[in-house]
Design a protein around this ligand. Sequence first.
Ligand SMILES: [Zn+2]
Length: 304
Amino acid sequence: MIPDPPSPPCPHASASSETRSLLRLCQGFGGAAGGALVCVLLAFGSARAADPMPIFDAHLHYNAEAQEAFPLASVLALLREQKIGGILANSRPNDGTRALYAVRSPELWVVPFIRPYVVRPDRYTWFADPAIYALIEREFARGGYQGIGEFHLFGQDAASPWVQKMVDFAVKHEIYLHAHSDAEAIELLFAHNPKVKIIWAHSGFTTAPELIEQYLRRYPRLWGELSYRDEVALAGKVKPQWRRLFERYPDRFLLGSDTWVNERWEQYAPIIDSYRAWLDDLPRAVAEGIAHRNAAALFLGAKR
Ligand SMILES: [Zn+2]
């Protein structure tokens, strides 16, 4: 089992009325929201309008190479500097995720996902590899995990019986998938089991906003994550087709850094800055949803 850290005292316990209503909201989610997690959400909720908006990074890798170059203390300092209140963490191998989960705190909410890779070439073969399915089961048994991914899966590779088993596993345990996939693979994943909940890494990477909208309408359990979608905005102004999408589906998008190589860790600050620039161009409620409230709804309100 991943050990539970002691529940730290909550520094936000005597905060504003906005904060108190968020506390009630978090408590309303019930079982999954332990004291520390509720407190973490208070950190999101207690930001004043003038403060930089807290961000939940829904696509963070802490792979073996990054663990060497960026020790845990420096990662925590970076996240604190960038006002990252929470992360969806995964790593190859999964020990980096476990290290991050072990240091979760009221200042940093950590949502661990199982990376189905031991070494980098696994990304090309994992979906047909029974050893990887066994890894998922073994890792899940440690406790704490809320999803599987990010994984790479394209076209008919998603039809593999091992992928079917993984989808059923995710549904059975009410956890998410984080899929770097094309539209065909997304359709196959939902065809395996329409109850599966999928975070679509990069919202398909090159999928046009009009097509993303069709998929969001068709699959109520699909959420779009926006790393590498630099075309969302130009000079801080959200483009009309993306604005329309965000305003129509304000509760279906998440942000992510995608620190898949060390260069992305080096660029972490400008990546987050570029999000903040265009979030400022959206109505506040829409921006807060994308920045952090949608993540809270997904991972605290586990039964969606
Ligand atoms: Zn990634």
